[in-house]
Design a protein around this ligand. Sequence first.
Ligand SMILES: *Cc1c(COP(=O)(O)O)cnc(C)c1O
Ligand code: SF4
Length: 425
Amino acid sequence: MKYNSFTLHNFKSIPQISKLTDEQIEAIEIVGRVLPFKCNNYVVDNLIDWDNIPNDPIYTLTFPRKEMLSETAYNTIKSLVDNDAPVAEIKEAVHEIRLKLNPNPADQDHNVPMLGEVKLKGIQHKYRETVLFFPSQGQTCHAYCSFCFRWPQFSGMSALKFQMKEADLLYQYLDEHKEVSDILFTGGDPMTMSAKILKAYIEPLLTERFSHIRTIRIGTKTLSYWPYRYTADADSQEILDLFKKVTDSGRCLAIQAHFNHPTELSTDIVKKAVKLIRATGAQIRTQSPLLKHINDKAEIWVNMWRKQVDMGMIPYYMFVARDTGSKAFFELPLEKCWEIFRDAYSSVSGVCRTVRGPSMSASPGKIQVLGVSEVRGEKVFVLRFIQGRKTSWVDVPFFAKFDSKVTWLDNLKPAFGEEKFFYEK
Ligand SMILES: *Cc1c(COP(=O)(O)O)cnc(C)c1O
Ligand code: SF4
């Protein structure tokens, strides 16, 4: 299957674009200058219902819409473009808007470790057991989701880009950190790399030197947006052989798959890809943020988790939309997130209840909203760390003042008139 990708520069060559109104096309051109986007022929031909624009969930996931920018920001760019402003001036305006969209949420710079005097720019080590590795060749994606904390790296705001080619530094770091059991290859999307490059990174980890590394994890959107990666690309078989090699070494290979909507699970080709991956002994664990306009109904999650389990996948995380990029368009109040989670979770059997959420990936850790309750006459959110910057924070329930509008941790206040949350003391 031939891969054609579409971005701001060539999206008008998509035949189905003729179904859009002039206004919708303009929105893609204006918003697309600030929030980069990308999709491909598989998504365009199989996942988007072009008779349901702009409401189609996969269209909304992949193409910019006017409401993804504030009115002021939209009008600023539009008038510059309409008046044929110099490229440099447009660039400057775009940059200013981007800086206001919180391009570095959750202080990711803080998690970059040192090896002696060397700052390891391609590694994040935040939670004791798991090291994230950003291989430089895998720093692109099949989609540039505007709600994802990775959008700045696709915009060329390079100071914020994490990546590292030097696998040797990763290996040396792991030699010194025997507490690490998991390596999570992330990006971008590491499955955009060739089998050959992936092999060069992974195979050394399967040796005696790294007997403490028990799980290799790979975060990827390929199953949703390019399942041919496992069935029809020139090196598909080599990828599957590599997966088998990992599981044959007695380690766990966990594919962390991004699925945002049940439509992504519906094609024959994704079903085939999942089967082939599972036949290597690898696990597939699934995750998605909860997004208004995309999956903000419990039935959608129920349907998605059940389908995933039918296909042999393991529901893993439901995230709260992060405080970055187009969050204002996609966000839901925490109370609503919890209601959707609870409605969905209580409608499925235990095999789907491996999922945890709704969880905020914030600076101190992954914080789950356990629910809304009343303690000593005060309405509160009950929260807990699923992962914490300090291990001792994990799984300790704590309380925040209830607020029906709050959408992110930053705007939560401790309950019972306390000044700080326990982890801030
Ligand atoms: C989510 C995340 C991980 C992995 O956490 P798990 O709960 O083990 O899946 C590791 N590091 C960072 C920085 C993360 O955000
Ligand atoms: S990592 Fe996933 S959510 Fe982020 S841009 Fe890539 S495909 Fe989208």
